[in-house]
Design a protein. Structure first.
Length: 453
């Protein structure tokens, strides 16, 4: 049974369930209606028989002592008017023999001791009466044949209507399921197409209703766009990484070939080739390390905090030793702490400050400022470099992106620094953005949650 259910399509399951629920609901409703109708009609039949008995007893009591049994036997027209054609009335003596009979639709019921009797065929009332000196029993039999036939017709009609409702509900349920499943069927077809052909020529499923299916398709479309973007970025990343790694490898290969030809006996060529090879090897090592750092998806350290002023002071001291011409101007609150682990903040600010120094020419003037806005802390790093044009600003956080299209090697770098910085900032619930004016300089701004402690 379970295997058969599992093989059914969703439309078939939907139709079957809807038909079953509607049929059960209809059956329960019909059962209640049938029982209620049966009780009410049965009560009406009983009332009709009782009314006949009461009318006959009232007629006899009204005549009083003047009426004799012979009078009733000779003139039963008034009693005939009271008794319905389908009913039968008897006046019985003490022995149970009929003295007077009105209609002849049913035989005498032998039990005359009980005042009310109900059988499958009739309702019987027995009442003791006295007509002058005569003591006897008035028995009225009210047949239930018409009542039973009516209930049988009603039951047959309900059963036929129930099966018709079952078929109709199954058909309507299947059609409704087919209509509602259209977007999901289209979604399945699109997914199969993507599986076979990739993202090329992907067609979005059109569905305008704002219901659960619409929300599902909206989430799916957003997810597929994100996957498509990630896929394109991955392809671009592989292409750029191959290009960036090919250059130093070619350089190392060329210098090793030079050593093999002439460098064994020429110390100048040997020293230059070894120095260049080591430099390119270090560059490849640094690039691989940054690629690994960029690809890593580590969990954010919970509870880490860092003092901005202390971190900036430590970094500027180290950079001053490397770049003696650089001048750093700090306007940082010594008490400000951000909700970022110290090593992460150190890596982010070191990369930003080092970039600022490298791109500021011969006499770098670097300004570092902190600004507090409610529960957020902004850290600004401003340089006096040549600035960045508006055409390049949207792309500077992309991997391997260099402002010089010729990828000049005058300034050492891999093109991964800012991409790593952006990834780390976003990992710690931060944002990073940049402002720049050509010929004036550039300002990089990172924003983190302020430490609440």
């Amino acid at each position: 049974m379970q295997a058969w259910i599992n093989r059914m399509s969703l439309k078939q399951k939907w139709a079957a369930v809807s038909a079953f629920v509607i049929f059960i609901s209809y059956a329960l409703m019909c059962t209640v209606v049938f029982i209620s109708l049966n009780s009410w009609l049965s009560y009406q039949e009983e009332r009709e028989a009782k009314r006949t008995v009461d009318d006959l007893v009232a007629l006899i009591d009204e005549q009083g002592a003047r009426l004799t049994i012979q009078d009733i036997q000779e003139n039963s027209g008034l009693m005939n008017a009271i008794v319905d054609r389908s009913q039968t009335a008897y006046i019985l003596n003490i022995d149970g023999d009929a003295v007077v009979q009105i209609n002849n639709e049913a035989p005498i019921y032998e039990d005359t001791q009980r005042t009310f009797i109900e059988t499958n065929e009739a309702v019987i009332f027995n009442r003791p009466i006295q007509i002058g000196p005569f003591l006897g029993i008035l028995q009225v039999l009210h047949p239930l044949h018409a009542f039973q036939q009516l209930m049988q017709y009603i039951l047959i009609a309900m059963v036929i209507a129930g099966f018709a409702a079952l078929l109709l509900s199954a058909l309507i349920g299947y059609q409704l399921a087919q209509y509602l499943m259209k977007p999901i069927t289209a979604l399945s077809a699109e997914m199969m197409d993507i599986k076979e052909n990739g993202f090329i020529g992907r067609a979005n499923v059109v569905y305008t209703a704002d219901d659960e299916i619409g929300k599902l398709l909206h989430v799916y479309d957003a997810m597929m766009k994100q996957l498509e973007t990630s896929f394109e970025q991955q392809q671009r990343f592989v292409s750029d990484a191959s290009h960036e790694l090919r250059t130093p490898l070619q350089a190392v290969e060329g210098h090793l070939a030079l050593i093999q030809r002439w460098g064994k006996h020429d110390e100048a060529v040997l020293d230059e080739s070894i120095a260049t090879s080591l430099m390119e090897t270090r560059r490849m090592k640094k690039m691989v390390e940054e690629l690994l750092a960029l690809a890593r998806r580590e969990q954010v350290d919970e509870g880490g905090v860092a003092n901005v002023y202390e971190t900036v002071t430590q970094i500027t001291q180290n950079l001053t030793a490397l770049y003696p011409n650089a001048q750093f101007h700090m306007d940082c609150d010594p008490q400000v702490e951000v909700a970022v682990p110290e090593n992460a903040l150190h890596h982010i600010l070191k990369n930003m400050l080092e970039n600022a120094v490298k791109y500021s020419g011969q006499e770098p003037h670097i300004h570092v400022r902190t600004k507090i806005e409610e529960n957020r802390c902004k850290i600004e790093v401003e340089d006096n470099g040549p600035g960045i044009s508006d055409a390049h600003l949207p792309h500077i956080f992309e991997r391997f992106y260099r402002i010089d299209d010729a990828r000049s090697r005058d300034i050492e770098g891999t093109g991964l620094g800012l991409a790593i910085v952006k990834t780390m900032v976003e990992k710690h619930n931060g944002v990073i953005f940049v402002k720049s004016i050509l010929g004036v300089g550039t300002v990089f701004i990172v924003e983190f949650d302020k430490n609440k402690a």
